[in-house]
Structure formats: C-alpha cells, structure tokens
Design a protein around this ligand. Structure first.
Ligand code: SAM
Length: 240
C-alpha cells in the first residue's frame, strides 16, 4: 500500500484532507482514484489505513478505516550527535541512519569540522526533508528530526540512559563490550567525530560528561560510515 505523509492528521467526521505535494502525488503523478487504499503516516509513529474519497490536483480527501501504532519503530531511541562532515555527506548520513532506526540527529560543530554551518538554515530544511523521505521509503511512521546544530561543548548527555563516544583512539573497550555491559537501554546518545577526528581534550570533555569511549573495530571508518556502523550494531544487539 502506498504511503503518504501528513504532518498533522486532523480527522473531521472520519475524513482527512491532504494538500500540497502529497495530494498532487496521489492525483496527478500516481493518478489514484476514489476507492483506492493508501497508508497515511503522521510522522509521530501512527499510521492510518485510509481510502481515497476524492482527489484533485491540490487536494485529496481520505476516509480513515483503521489507525495503528507502527511496528517499525525500535524500542531503543538512539540520538546521533554527528560532527559536521564535509560537503554533501550529511544527506547520506541522514538517509542511512533513518533507515537504520535513528531517533534524532544533532549536527555538531567540533574543532576539526571543516564545514561551517552558520546562516545555512536551508541545510537543516533539506536534511529534514531527506529524513521524511527516508522514513516513508523504509516503512517508518515516525520521522526523526534533524535538530539545530550545537557546539561540541554544548552537548548535554543528561537526558540519556547511556552515551557512546565512538573514539578512534580507544583501544581498550569495544562497542560490543559496552552494549553487553549496558544490557538494555531505552535511550542512548551516539557521538561521531568529523573526518579529522576528535581533539583529545574534546574526547576527555565528553567522557567527563558520562560518555563511554568505545572502539568500532580495528579499522578507521570514514565519518559517514562510522555512525551507520555503530547504529547497525546497536540495533543488532538489541534485536531492533
Ligand atoms: N582522523 C582520525 C584518525 O585518523 O584517527 C579518524 C577520524 S574518523 C575518519 C571519523 C570518526 O569516525 C571518528 O572521530 C570516530 O568518531 C569514528 N570512528 C571511525 N573509526 C573508528 C573506530 N575504529 N573506532 C571508534 N570510532 C571510529
């Protein structure tokens, strides 16, 4: 069943009106007809089995037949603190980490970040659009947010049950060992450095805030690989 996203699913007498790109997609691109079934997702975790009642170029009216909580959401909420990578990589990181079940993404400005993000609000809009498209494509009903960037020293780890610092100079403890030690967590921060890695005092600062420094293995991964790799390992470990 084709999936359509609506930021706010406002039901009036069991009917929901879709407008904008999604409505145009239904009527003009896919030429769907009244009576066809679609899956409406609200981006917050709920999905609605609906039937098209009417559709024109700018509007589609749907009748909700059944609503449910999506089964595609992982129980562990992983917030990825991604130090800003060079041009163009962030879209790949957002897309792949949404597919892998990330809960939220926070771009981070650290000492060795080459890219500066000041005044580039349109980047954030673009990254959130990528998250929405990736979420729809992979069957999630929840759209992870890409939040406004923070400086590394502003990272607040207190809201999390656990915090994992993927540190390239860590050679004592692996991610696997730390996940086994944690057992099960409901929310964790995952911190990934930029291409140039972390300054030692940055790593120290995060460890002093409670992050566990972990190795992702014997090879140095690119920044765009590291988050995906760690996320996949976390989801594997917690059967998500
Ligand atoms: N410039 C660093 C160096 O040569 O050691 C490499 C940085 S790596 C390209 C980018 C980020 O990916 C790192 O800061 C870290 O967060 C993560 N990363 C990559 N490989 C890792 C590994 N084997 N263990 C832990 N973290 C790793």
């Amino acid at each position: 069943m084709r999936r359509f996203y609506s930021e706010s699913v406002t039901e009036i007498n069991g009917l929901v009106t879709l407008t904008g790109d999604e409505a145009r997609h239904i009527s003009t691109v896919l030429r769907m007809r009244p009576g066809d079934d679609v899956l409406l997702i609200d981006g917050k975790g709920a999905e609605y089995i609906s039937e098209i009642v009417s559709s024109s170029d700018g509007e589609a009216v749907l009748k909700i037949k059944e609503s449910r909580i999506s089964a595609a959401e992982p129980e562990v909420k992983v917030t990825l603190f991604q130090c800003l990578p060079k041009q163009g990589k962030m879209e790949l990181i957002v897309q792949k980490c949404v597919e892998l079940g990330v809960y939220a993404i926070v771009p981070v400005v650290s000492k060795r970040c080459v890219v500066k993000i000041d005044g580039k609000e349109n980047k954030l809009v673009r990254w959130n659009k990528v998250a929405q498209e990736a979420s729809k494509q992979c069957g999630r009903a929840f759209v992870p947010s890409v939040l406004p960037p923070v400086k590394l020293r502003e990272i607040d780890l207190t809201p999390f049950d656990a915090a994992l610092l993927a540190y390239e100079n860590e050679d004592m403890r692996t991610l696997k060992e730390e996940l086994r030690r944690l057992g099960s967590v409901s929310s964790t921060a995952l911190i990934i450095g930029p291409e140039g890695g972390f300054e030692s005092e940055e790593a120290e600062e995060l460890i002093n805030k409670g992050a566990a420094s972990v190795s992702l293995g014997k090879r140095i991964l690119r920044t765009e690989t590291a988050g995906m790799s760690a996320l996949a390992q976390i989801m594997y470990e917690f059967d998500q």
